[in-house]
Write a protein that binds this ligand. Structure first.
Ligand SMILES: [Zn+2]
Ligand SMILES: [Zn+2]
Length: 167
């Protein structure tokens, strides 16, 4: 079940709803869109189909070298290793230090001592609720530019050539 908390943008002071996830739950890495702040969750088994990823790269923002493996965001932006989530109303980057205030307060219901990481690249990532579609998070899963399985097959580009020859 989706658990939504309320946060506040430090630029426009509007309240947004978000879900905080630990990337380790599904053995994932993640990245935010550099234009709209959409969260992309990527299974790291898909980044490294044959080998184990280096342990240092587990459960955090993607490495910069992996950015080219991801398709562009639906908004036209790019998923980047160092991008930050953005306010869904004013599209300004959210400050991790400011967000830590409500993230820690909202999560302290379970543990009083818990301190959030205070950055947008370690184990916890957030997805904001789309105000146009309540209950829906601004998040995509495995937006790979070319799924790894397809890279070993013949490129799809050949099909248009064959079709045009047969005309
Ligand atoms: Zn805002
Ligand atoms: Zn985007």
């Amino acid at each position: 079940m989706l658990k939504l908390h309320v946060g506040e943008c430090e630029h426009c002071w509007r309240k947004y709803r978000y879900s905080l996830w630990h990337a380790g739950f599904g053995e994932n890495n993640y990245a935010y869109c550099d234009t709209c702040g959409m969260l992309a969750i990527c299974s790291h088994a898909r980044f490294f189909p044959a080998t184990q990823p280096p342990t240092s790269a587990h459960f955090q923002a993607i490495e910069q070298e992996w950015e080219h493996l991801l398709a562009p965001c639906a908004c036209g932006g790019a998923f980047r290793s160092n991008a930050a989530p953005r306010c869904v109303f004013c599209l300004h980057e959210l400050s991790a230090d400011y967000a830590a205030g409500h993230i820690e307060q909202n999560s302290r219901l379970s543990s009083k001592k818990w301190r959030w990481q205070r950055n947008w690249k370690d184990a916890y990532c957030i997805a904001l609720e789309d105000p146009a579609h309540p209950g829906t998070l601004r998040q995509v899963s495995n937006p790979f530019a070319r799924p790894w399985e397809n890279q070993k097959k013949k490129p799809f580009l050949r099909w248009p050539q064959i079709l045009s020859l047969s005309r």
